[in-house]
Design a protein around this ligand. Structure first.
Ligand SMILES: NC(=O)C1=CN([C@@H]2O[C@H](COP(=O)(O)OP(=O)(O)OC[C@H]3O[C@@H](n4cnc5c(N)ncnc54)[C@H](O)[C@@H]3O)[C@@H](O)[C@H]2O)C=CC1
Ligand SMILES: O=C1[C@@H](O)[C@H](O)[C@@H](O)[C@H](O)[C@H]1O
Length: 338
């Protein structure tokens, strides 16, 4: 069966995913596109022979849309995801699932009432080969019980529209999700320490930031988010256990020896760094939809958890205090226990 996908939001990542579903993933076809910028929707749709819809609701209701991909701006996600659940259609939502905990919980409640998992959230790092290998090693017990995790999330630059809160909401949210998954543990508190800001930032921005998280088992995580590091897009992660250390590999790159130096390339952005992870993420999603299976990737509950923790991180920075996340207990529908 070819899965007919409708895409809401034809911006940067929407166009990337339309290309991916058309050229890289087998068993999928983009049949519908909607964007509040109609010219953008028309251009993206014309490339793949899809129909253009004036709004997300019309696209979700269309007979030739089997599954929905939401790649619009964060604050619009909840409405589209809720419409897809109401229509009983699988929906892949780019991060964040929703920008408020309340909206995430509305989605969780709607999906639970529906009774089958329809929602998958776009936390693609869980599909990265390096993170997957790290998880195998942590789970195998080879490094003993994890005690600490040291991470860095560096972007070369960000646009002027990037605000200080986005270091947590837009960037660190990826570590927040992938570390909950890697450690099979919950983040219970957040703190933010602000070093001297780089002179290379837009004046309104606090950059870099050091985020400190504690998990329910007492594991300590330190995360440097530095979005004007200039030199490239660089994601680092090292888990320290009682008997060893496991470190995320750098992406494969050839070594160049010339002019008295030995160098390897640092990638420029998340598009290249996580290209393979995005491909795997979509292959698995399409395979699940085609087989009529429940969604198996990051769930609406994971989306809720990431939003709660990233919002607590923003509050921690603003207040200068350690903030507990105040997360609700995980419902049985999402694998929670008594
Ligand atoms: N997984 C990842 O690594 C990444 C995820 N993202 C996420 O993807 C989403 C989109 O990001 P970008 O593509 O960078 O933004 P963008 O601004 O390039 O594109 C968003 C598009 O959505 C459209 N749009 C906004 N509201 C809409 C609505 N209600 N209905 C239809 N279209 C609407 C806009 O006109 C725009 O064309 C964000 O939630 C962002 O956090 C973005 C980059 C990387
Ligand atoms: O999601 C993403 C962007 O929105 C964000 O701005 C970047 O910092 C992340 O690395 C990227 O994966």
């Amino acid at each position: 069966m070819t899965v007919r996908v409708g895409v809401i939001g034809a911006g940067w990542i929407g166009r990337e995913h339309i290309r991916r579903l058309t050229e890289t993933v087998t068993g999928a076809r983009v049949t519908a596109v909607s964007d509040i910028d109609v010219a953008r929707a028309e251009e993206a749709a014309a490339r793949v022979g899809a129909r253009v819809f004036a709004n997300g609701a019309g696209l979700i209701a269309a007979d030739d849309v089997d599954a929905v991909l939401v790649t619009s701006w964060g604050p619009t996600h909840a409405g589209h995801v809720l419409d897809a659940i109401a229509a009983g259609k699988p929906v892949f939502c780019e991060k964040p699932l929703a920008t408020t905990a309340e909206d995430c919980l509305r989605i969780v409640e709607a999906e639970t009432a529906h009774g089958v998992r329809l929602v998958q959230v776009g936390f693609m790092r869980r599909y990265d080969a390096g993170y997957r290998r790290m998880k195998q090693i942590v789970d195998s017990g080879r490094i003993g019980e994890p005690l600490m995790v040291h991470c860095a999330h560096r972007n070369p630059t960000v646009p002027e529209s990037y605000r200080t809160d986005m270091a947590a909401l837009d960037s660190a949210v990826h570590e927040i999700d992938v570390l909950r998954w890697l450690l099979d543990d919950e983040i219970v508190s957040a703190q933010v320490v602000l070093p001297r800001s780089t002179s290379k930032r837009h004046p309104h921005l606090k950059d870099p930031q050091i985020m400190l998280f504690e998990t329910a088992k007492g594991i300590r995580i330190d995360l440097e988010v530095f979005v004007n590091c200039r030199y490239g897009y660089d994601i680092q992660c090292e888990t320290v256990g009682e008997e060893g250390v496991v470190r995320l590999p750098d992406p494969a790159a050839v070594g160049v020896r010339t002019a008295g130096q030995h160098s390897t390339e640092v990638l420029a952005d998340w598009v290249g760094r996580f290209a393979d992870a995005f491909d795997t993420e979509f292959r698995e999603w399409i395979a699940d939809v085609a087989a009529g299976n429940e969604a198996t990737g990051p769930s609406a509950w994971d989306g809720y958890a990431a939003t709660v923790i990233s919002n607590a991180t923003v509050e921690a920075r603003k207040s200068g205090r350690i903030m507990t996340t105040g997360m609700k207990p995980r419902p049985a529908f999402y694998g929670g226990g008594a």
